[in-house]
Design a binder for this molecule. Sequence first.
Ligand code: AMP
Ligand code: MG
Length: 490
Amino acid sequence: MELINSYAQLNSSFFERALPKDVKNPTLILWNDSLAEELNLPAELIRDREKLAQIFSGNELYPGFDPIALTYAGHQFGNFVPQLGDGRAHLLCEIRDSNGNGRDIQLKGSGQTRFSRNGDGLCALGPALREFIMSESMFYLGIPTARSLAVVGTGETVFREGQKPGAVVTRAASSHLRVGTFEYFSARQDRNSLEILLNYTIQRHYPEITEENIHEKSILLLESVINRQIFLISEWMRVGFIHGVMNTDNTALSGETIDFGPCAMMNQYNPDTVFSSIDHAGRYSFGNQPKILQWNMARFAETLLLLIDENPDSAIQKALPFIQKIPEKFDAEWLNMMRRKIGISIPANKDDELIHSLLNLMEKNKSDYTNTFDLLTRIMENQDREYASEEQLNAVGILDWRDPWQSRLKQENNSDLKIADLMRKHNPRIIPRNHRVEEAIEEAENTGRFEKTERLIEVLRSPNRISDQNETYREPPPDGDQNYMTFCGT
Ligand code: AMP
Ligand code: MG
C-alpha cells in the first residue's frame, strides 16, 4: 500500500488536523473486497476483520495515516454558507491505487471537528448502508462515483428521529475537492490559496492541462470541470438517478458522484420527480438537474474570476460564454445518450423529436423508466418485434411509437444484434429501487441482520443479469413510491 497524502501537504488553511473519535464496540458490517484489492491494502490487514473494524471506525490509526478535516464553503439550496467543512468526516489518507491514481480514504460519522457547528459528528446506520449500496450500484452501472470501502457499526446510539444504531462509513474518492473548496477561498478574496488550489486540482485531476499561464489555465480548468459535470449529470439521467442535494459543496471537481444523502431512483418517468423531504420547490428534481449543473458551474466560474483576469469585467467576459454554452452542450450530450438508449448509433435530424415523443408517452402513461427501456432492449435482443412486442408495448402505452422507432433504426443498416448490444450497454435491468434500499435498511435497523443488504448489493453488482432469483428486483414498488421521502443531514 502506497500512501501519498498530498492534500495534507498543502498549508493549514486547507484543512485542520483532527482525530476520529473512539467508538465503543466496532464491528465490521460491510467490506468491499474488490475495492480493497484495487487499493492494494495489505493482505494481512484484509484478513483481520477485528483490525479492519478498529481502523475503519477510527479507533486505531494505521501507520502513515494523517487524519484531517477539510475546509470548504458552499451554496446550499441557493444560499451561500461561507464556512462548512468536514463536520463529521475525517480524511485518513490518500492511497495510490492499482491504476496509479490517488484515492482519498475518508471516514464519515467519525466524530466532531472544528467544522461541526451544531452537528453531533455522527452517522446513523441507515444512511451509512444507503451510501454503500447506492455508490456500489452507481459504480457497476458505469457511472463516475466515489465508492464505499466499509461500514462499521459503532455499538453506540445516535439520536435522529428517535434512537438509531450508529455507524461509520468509509469512502474512497478520487479526491474531496469541491466547488465549495474554491468558494471558501474566493469568498475571502484569498488569491494566493486559490492559485495553490487551482494548481493542485489540475495536477490531480486534469494533468492534460499543461498551460503555464495562470489566466489560461483557469479558463481551461473551468471548461474541463464543466465537461465532466455535463457527462456526469447526463449519466445520472441515463439510469434515473436523482442526487437530491446538488449543492456546490457536494459537487466534486473530479466529476464523480459524491455525497449520497437523500438520493433516490425515479420509477415512473416524470421529470418533476423529487423525493427529498426538504426540497419543497423541486430545485433538485430529476428534470431540473441540468439547470442546477449550470447554476453550480456559474458559482465555480465566479471563484475563478480572480485568477482569470486582474480586471474583473474582462474576467467575466472571458468566463461567461462557457457558462452560457452549458445548456446547448448538455442537450447534445443528453441527446446522444438517449439515442444510444433506443439503439441509434449515428445522429440524424429529428432524433430529438423521436425521443421526446417516447418520453411524452411515458410520462402520460406513467411508464416505469428503467423497465420501459429494458423492454425496448429485449425486443431487439429477442428479435421479436412483430409479435410479442405488440402486447407488451401496448401494455405500457407506447405501441404507437414502435413504427417510427423501427423505421428510424432501419436507416442505419445495423443488425438487430448490434443494436441490442448498444442498447443493453445503456439500459440496465436492475437499479437500486428505493423500496429495496429501504427494506434492507429496515432489516438492519430492526433486527441487526444484514442479509437483505448483502443480497441487494450482490444483485446490483450485475445490473444486466436476470435470473429466477433476482427477477423480483426489477419490480417497481406497488404504490409507485408515491409517499416515498428521503432525508438529508441524517
Ligand atoms: P451534507 O448534507 O451531508 O453534504 O452535509 C453538509 C454539511 O453539514 C457538511 O459540512 C457536513 O460536514 C455537515 N454535517 C452534516 N451532518 C452533520 C453532523 N451530524 N454533524 C456535524 N456536521 C454535519
Ligand atoms: Mg456534503
